[in-house]
Design a protein around this ligand. Structure first.
Ligand code: SF4
Ligand code: SF4
Length: 279
C-alpha cells in the first residue's frame, strides 16, 4: 500500500508524521522522501546510504542538418523550451519538461533525446525501514522527474510511505499520484485551513481517499474540525502542542523513541489508514 503524506503548506509536521509512522511499524516498510528540493527525513531516520544514482530528464537535441524549419516542434511545446528563430532551432533545456512531444512531431527525425542531470537518488536503511530520497541539483527547477525517479524504487510489496513536498503544485501531484491513500497534515489556523482546502481539492481531482492529522490541535480555532466534518474527511490523529515534541524535532529525535505511547499512536494511525484504503 502506498500512503502519501502531504500538506498544503510547510511547517505542519508532515515529515514528523511520515517518519514516525514508518519507524513505528513492525512490518516491512519503506519511507521515500519525495520533498526533493529540501529533503529532511534523513535527519530524523539517520539511514545508512547504500546506493546512489543520478536521475536525468530528457531534453531535445536538434540536428540542424536534418531540420526543414517547419516549426512543428515550437508549436507543440507548451513551455517555450524549443523555438525557431530564422533558420535556427533554439532549445532551452532548463524550461523543458521532458514530455518528448517535439521528438514525436518532428517530420524529419531531426530531434534526438538528450538528457540533463536533475539530481541524485539515494537509497539506504534505518533499522527495519528501507529509506529513499532525492536530492535536486542546486539551481534545478524541474523536480517532478526526480520525484518519479525516487518513486520508481518503491517496493512492490509491503507499506510504502511517501513524504510529499508541501503545497499543491506539480511536485505534490507527482508525489501523490497513484497512491492508495493521502494523509493530509494540517494545523488549526486560518492559513492551515486555507492550504488544507487547496490540498483537498487536489486529492479530489486524483480520486484518492484521504484522512487528516491535525497537529497542535489544541491551538487555534475549530474551523479545521468543522471543515473536515462538512467534507466527510476522517480525522485520524490529533497531536496536541507539547514542548517535548518541539525539542525532539529540533534535536532530530524520533517521537517514537522518546515515548512508547507515540509509537503506538503512529502504528495505530497506519492501521486506520489500512482500513480506510481497503473500503
Ligand atoms: S520535450 Fe516537451 S517540453 Fe521539452 S522541448 Fe520538447 S515539447 Fe517542449
Ligand atoms: S520539428 Fe523538426 S524539422 Fe521542424 S523545425 Fe523542429 S527540428 Fe526542424
Amino acid at each position: 500500500m502506498i500512503v502519501s503524506v502531504a500538506s498544503g503548506k510547510g511547517g505542519t509536521g508532515k515529515t514528523t508524521v511520515a517518519t514516525n509512522m514508518a519507524y513505528s511499524l513492525d512490518e516491512k516498510v519503506q519511507l521515500l522522501d519525495c520533498d526533493v528540493e529540501e529533503p529532511n527525513a534523513h535527519l530524523f531516520l539517520n539511514p545508512e546510504i547504500e546506493f546512489t544514482e543520478p536521475a536525468y530528464a530528457m531534453v531535445p537535441e536538434v540536428d540542424s542538418e536534418k531540420c526543414s524549419y517547419c516549426n512543428k516542434c515550437a508549436e507543440i511545446c507548451r513551455y517555450s523550451a524549443i523555438t525557431l528563430v530564422g533558420e535556427t532551432v533554439l532549445t532551452f533545456p532548463e524550461l523543458c519538461h521532458g514530455c518528448g512531444g517535439c521528438v514525436e512531431v518532428c517530420p524529419e527525425q531531426a530531434i534526438a533525446e538528450g538528457r540533463r542531470e536533475l539530481g541524485q537518488v539515494e537509497l539506504g536503511k534505518c533499522g527495519t525501514v528501507d529509506f529513499g530520497h532525492g536530492r535536486l541539483r542546486v539551481g534545478e527547477a524541474m523536480s517532478p522527474p526526480l520525484i518519479k525517479a525516487v518513486r520508481n524504487h518503491a517496493h512492490e510489496q509491503g507499506a510504502v510511505i511517501i513524504d510529499a513536498p508541501p503545497g499543491t503544485s506539480c511536485p505534490v501531484i507527482a508525489a501523490m499520484n497513484n497512491a492508495d491513500f493521502v494523509l493530509l497534515v494540517t494545523e488549526p489556523t486560518p492559513f492551515g485551513l486555507h492550504d488544507l482546502q487547496l490540498a483537498v481539492e487536489a486529492v479530489k481531482l486524483l480520486k484518492i481517499p484521504c484522512g487528516l492529522v491535525i497537529n497542535r490541535s489544541d491551538l487555534g480555532t475549530d474551523k479545521v474540525h468543522k471543515y473536515a466534518q462538512k467534507e466527510g474527511i476522517p480525522i485520524l490523529l490529533e497531536i496536541q502542542f507539547d514542548r517535548k515534541i518541539a525539542e525532539a524535532y529540533s534535536r532530530g529525535n524520533m517521537l517514537a523513541d522518546i515515548n512508547p505511547d507515540w509509537r503506538k499512536s503512529f502504528a495505530g494511525l497506519y492501521r486506520k489508514i489500512e482500513m480506510l484504503a481497503e473500503c
